[in-house]
Write a protein that binds this ligand. Sequence first.
Ligand SMILES: Cc1cc2nc3c(=O)[nH]c(=O)nc-3n(C[C@H](O)[C@H](O)[C@H](O)COP(=O)(O)O)c2cc1C
Length: 211
Amino acid sequence: MRTIAYRFPAELSSILHIVWGELEDAVKDRTHGFHTGSLATLDEGGDPDNRVCTLRRVERDERLLMTHADIRAPKAMQVLARMRGQSRMPAAWVFYDAGRRLQVRAKGTMHVERDTRLVDEQWERTSVVSRRCYVAPHAPGTVTSELHVNIEPALRDRRPEMEETLAGRANFCVLVTRVDELDAMELAADGHRRAGFVWADGEVRGEWRAP
Ligand SMILES: Cc1cc2nc3c(=O)[nH]c(=O)nc-3n(C[C@H](O)[C@H](O)[C@H](O)COP(=O)(O)O)c2cc1C
């Protein structure tokens, strides 16, 4: 693990720049602590639910954090149900990178995309091995009568041919979180450093927060 001590600079704008940069780097770098994060949403009953998801794409100008999912997965269905009811899903991510001693929390709202160019792009970037998940016989979370890895038996022990993965495109979706608030905290023995950023009315407001 690489230790990278930032010593958060005294300018809030520099910290915001650092945070988006780390999130962008984490998409490409599997060893980055932010490559996966905990993503919280609300279930049908309004109770909080969270799970680890992989950060697949970041658009800093639009404040978007994206992950891939099977549209049959409960979280995706829940987001879809809200969209049909004309509402957005509240969503919260938390990331921690131990080497950088950096925690980032992001709050916002989530929507799901299935048939957009963005989803096509993400599907193209998805390896054939990862695509196996989307041709899984069962919806994620389905109760099975015995232990089941949910990969087609014929694909389990080998790299699938491209053609064999194409059926997975119908189940593939992108969960897009639009960030309204970021909270960043850097741990340090001589005192942690923490900053918050809130977007409202087209503007971002940065503030120092006691750690
Ligand atoms: C390291 C790791 C990365 C994961 N990445 C994803 C992901 O990018 N997308 C996803 O839908 N599930 C991912 N999962 C699985 C989820 O944590 C979860 O078990 C699954 O998506 C079902 O969630 P749901 O029932 O809330 O829909 C990952 C799990 C782990 C342990």
